[in-house]
Ligand binder design. Structure first.
Ligand code: SAH
Length: 322
């Protein structure tokens, strides 16, 4: 999954109507603006420290550009750091935020100041490991090639001890997922936030409590595809285990708020008010603005599938919207 996604992102800009999928910042400027104001409010109440903005997997740089524009009137004009591995997307990001500094991983982020961190639809792209229940116990799910195609098969080594006890009795065929890569990144960033100050907002689709289930999926040209076919040419994702990320952050001593529904979080930050202001300024676009608001926040659209989780330095104020 890691290698397939690295190849996939390195070669293309997958976002937008002509690509494979659309994300919240590409739907409306309101998403990045409210995310920027969420950070600016927290930073203001924390005493306006000399902080850096950092984003993981910034896509086209749209969220960052909208967030930075919204922060400026509050007096927040931080240096910008992007963690991005794709050369194709780095080039797009440079068009939107020319002054950014790029890093291959979180180790390159500044160590001398509070971090204001954003990760939208980043963690779902990180590799998962799957364990599968068989009649002879739990095994890791491996990828084999049967001569014609890649297929998932149970490995030969017993993995029962790696399955949480309350899920161990699940019937044969059941699948349990973990993402050691996602947990390691959250642990590393929470450690930085505790030591340096700052906060992180994680927004993604996922679940609150670890349950059995296979969420590995592939998307190609806005439709679901076989995740084992044509590796490196379609977007592979898995749902994010927010309970595992929250636990990793708490273990490092950070404060955690949420997860809450994306819709509830955006509405608490003033999404409807912002939509009304934009519609007043451009009455001919009122329907389009309302459609974007609904797409971001309504429960039958992105509003409750997507969740928001905040990780905050101890001693920093309570974040808005939770
Ligand atoms: N946040 C953006 C883009 C989401 S797509 C938006 O909301 O529109 C996922 C992003 O994460 C892409 O920019 C991709 O290149 C990047 N990415 C995926 N795996 C990564 C990894 N292991 N390290 C750094 N960036 C990664």
């Amino acid at each position: 999954m890691a290698e397939a996604n690295a190849a996939y992102y390195a070669a293309r800009d997958p976002l937008g109507a002509a690509g494979d999928f659309v994300t919240a910042p590409e739907i409306s400027q309101m998403f990045g603006e409210l995310t920027g104001l969420w950070l600016a409010d927290l930073w203001q109440r924390a005493g306006r420290p000399d902080a850096a903005y950092a984003e993981l997997g910034p896509g086209r740089g749209t969220l960052a550009a909208d967030a930075l524009r919204a922060m400026r009137p509050a007096g927040l004009t931080p240096p910008v750091h992007f963690v991005e591995t794709s050369p194709a997307l780095r080039a797009r990001q440079a068009e939107r935020v020319p002054a950014a500094l790029w890093h291959d991983d979180i180790a390159g982020l500044p160590e001398d100041r509070p971090l204001l961190l954003v990760a939208n639809e980043f963690f779902d792209a990180l590799p998962v490991r799957q364990l599968v229940a068989t009649y002879s116990g739990w095994r890791e799910r491996m990828v084999a090639h049967d001569g014609a195609a890649f297929v998932p098969v149970p490995g030969t080594v017993p993995f029962d001890a790696a399955v949480p006890e309350r899920l161990r009795g699940a019937s044969p065929g059941s699948i349990v997922e973990t993402s050691p890569a996602a947990v390691a990144i959250v642990r590393g960033l929470a450690e930085r936030i505790v030591a340096q100050g700052g906060a992180m907002i994680v927004i993604d689709y996922g679940y609150d409590a670890h349950a059995a289930g296979d969420t590995l999926q592939a998307v190609h040209a806005h439709a679901y595809a076989d995740p084992f076919a044509a590796p490196g040419t379609r977007d592979l994702t898995a749902h994010v285990d927010f309970s595992a990320l929250a636990q990793a952050a708490r273990a490092e001593g950070a404060a955690v708020a949420g997860p809450v529904d994306q819709g509830a979080w955006l509405e608490a930050l003033g999404l409807s008010t912002r939509a009304a202001m934009l519609a007043k300024a451009a009455p001919d676009r009122a329907d389009e603005i309302e459609a974007a608001r609904a797409r971001l926040a309504d429960a039958d659209q992105m509003g409750s599938l997507f969740r928001a989780l905040a990780i905050v330095a101890p001693g920093w104020p309570q974040p808005a919207g939770f």
